[in-house]
Ligand binder design. Sequence first.
Ligand code: SER
Length: 863
Amino acid sequence: MMNATDIRKSFLNFFKEKQHEFLRSSSVVPHDDPTLLFTNAGMNQFKPIFLGEQQPTHIRVVNTQKCIRVSGKHNDLEEVGFDTFHHTFFEMLGNWSFGDYYKAEAIEWAWELFTDVWGLDKNRLWATVYEDDDEAFELWPKVTDIDPARVLRCGKKDNFWEMGETGPCGPCSEIHYYIGEDPSNQSAEGVNNSDEYWELWNLVFIQNNRLNDGTLEDLPEKHVDTGAGLERIVAVLQGKTSNYDTDLFTSIILKTEELTGKLSKDNPAPFQVIADHIRMLSFSIADGALPSNEGRGYVLRRILRRAARFGRKLDQHEPFLYELVDTVCKIMGKAFPELIDKQKHISKVIKAEEASFNETLDRGIIHYEKLLKNLKGKIISGDEAFKLYDTYGFPLDLTQLMAQEHGLKVDEKGFKKSMEVQRKRAKESGKFKADMKNIKWTTVSEGDDSVFLGYEQVNAEASIKRFSVMDDTILLVLDETPFYAESGGQICDKGTITGDGVDLTVNDVQNENNVFIHYCSGDFEEGKASNSISCKVDMQRRQNIRKNHSATHLMHAALKEVLGEHVNQAGSLVHPDYLRFDLTHHDKITSEEIIQIENLVNRQILENKEVTTSIKEYEDARKEGAMAIFGEKYGDTVRVVTMGNYSKELCGGTHIERTGDIGLFKITEESSLAAGVRRIVAVTGPKAVEYVQMQSAVIEDLQIKLTSSAQDLNKRVDQLLQQKKDLEKSLKQKQKSSSTFDVKKIVTEAKVIDSKKIIVYETDAADMDTLKEFGDQLLNALDSGVGVLGSTSGDKPSIVVVVTKDLNESGISAPDLAKSIGAIMGGGGGGRPHLATAGGKDKSKLKDALKKAELIIKDALID
Ligand code: SER
């Protein structure tokens, strides 16, 4: 019995022998097609070829494409895990003809592979063709030995394939296989209707393009696009009736059994959902997607949360899905090495996301159960579904799935209403580039265009091939251009295009299938468009971009050196003023690590190494260790940018000539972007100098203000902060004590001897100043008398003595009293006749001193 790896190989070899060139699967995350969330068919990467926008490098191609189908036109999410043959992630084997062979060969070869090479039972195979496609209908019995009764005509739904609402499409012919036990039970009615007939291979004859208004136009050439689901083929060839029983899935299910202690045969659905979803998550994360709240990232989040919720069905309350990643890598890593490269990253991302959902999942389930108890009728309201979404993180489809288990429905419309605000936000974030199809071009001259000269020169004489005037914007396509179009994170060049009747500022340059469109503003006389023009790139800006781009490469290498090989680029922006770099890394990058990274990059700058570029075969470049970027699509030949012996990266951007041109490199920011992703912002050249100068100006200013050397600044600031703290503390105490010092009350409670008042009172004054202030207040409130106030709130005991003027005149003086009382506390005293203070050494002596004070005063009064 062939295993899945052999089957994949034998498909590829069969077509290689028929002069097909093998092409690698494109990323399952289509970074350059904003109309598609995920690659959902093998043909996605060839769309520009079908539309005639790009020339194929080979006219016959074979591949196996990683596909994800979870939303949009082709979407089987509801079935996934509950039947045995639908998946969110699957591999699509395909053979392609770009304007070369057509229906006859496609049909003949498919049959040959199925029946001769793989030996599938002809009496279980059925072929369908589009009802109007007489040609295919007649070809089947002509080029194969199929029983003509097994060739069926079917309608548009099944046999006219379309990629999406718009785009390449055409009639198709499908091959179905009966998996039932008894072949004599077969009938034509079962095809496309019963789950016992599996669609194995779809041969699409691409000849049309569906436009925005729904009409079809003929394509310039006819093409073949076939797609065969590897998982189903493996099942059929291994004699299984479930994909989950093939070697593509069994070890994932076994591992899940091991982790959960439950058996799949008792309750297969949760095991199957989990096995399916973990593949989708692993592949999409390997290609650079991350769970988030918007767009693509939200699809990952939905899938992960579905899987986690099925984990609850297996009594899993702690993260466990991430432990399946190694198994997925073991099964698929040979065919898709990107999985192995990103293995650790994938499990970390999944684990973090599981852990965060676990925090709300159980509460959400409890909330949901309560909701069920109180539910009247059979519909969960939109508001409730939104609450589950918003508060507990339940994606709508998870709520629907749970509702379905109880025979309920969810008011989807109501939910969508509540979601509108969020949706708007998601929509706005997805930028759609100008659609080439909707630009009305005026052709100036035919022939090749958009030869890029910008690696060598920044000025060029060129001619206009096409132009379009859209309001104030003039769009130009030139025969040759020095302007770099935004790509690979490097933003575009700006500058001027001038000539007789042409005086334009170039504001933006975009690359649409290798056509460089210059978006300009200014004066443009259409009649003069055929004259030659001069292109001038803003040199200073370009030079800064170069520095930042080259520094990005050096930093990428340094990050790997300092943080580890797991670091990968997850996003990058090369701007004239700064560079921004997102990297896969789980911990905060410490200040020591930042310094190490800066040192490594600056050492390369100081060594002034040569920067060279070369064009190489992709495989050769990878073998030499050139770094390729996460999920980026590369052609067969690639441009390799090398900096000394430190960095080697595949890159189409513009770079400096020697590392010394960067001048200086300085990281200015480090932050967390998402689970497992950090963001670094850095500056180079004049901007780095400016940054350092600004920092040092701030330090100098502080030095002057704080009268401190730079080295001591920290200590000085710590001191000031401590002082501030102390002051705040004593202020608080002061406020508290003055609020408790009630002078009126104290005076009314005074002892009176010969109509003279005697007051002895312990306060909670925070310090001597407060105590003196209280003394003043007391003196003002006394007509005739003596007061002694004490406090131990400071370190030492202290008292204040006040004596009214009439008593001063009769010979009683505050300093004398203070001295006598102070002596009891082991200290001295002194002051003015009406107010004196005394301190002591031992706090515990205050009570005694105050007690004796009364006697001392009485003595003085009697004398
Ligand atoms: N494009 C077709 C499909 O996706 C065949 O590859 O089914």
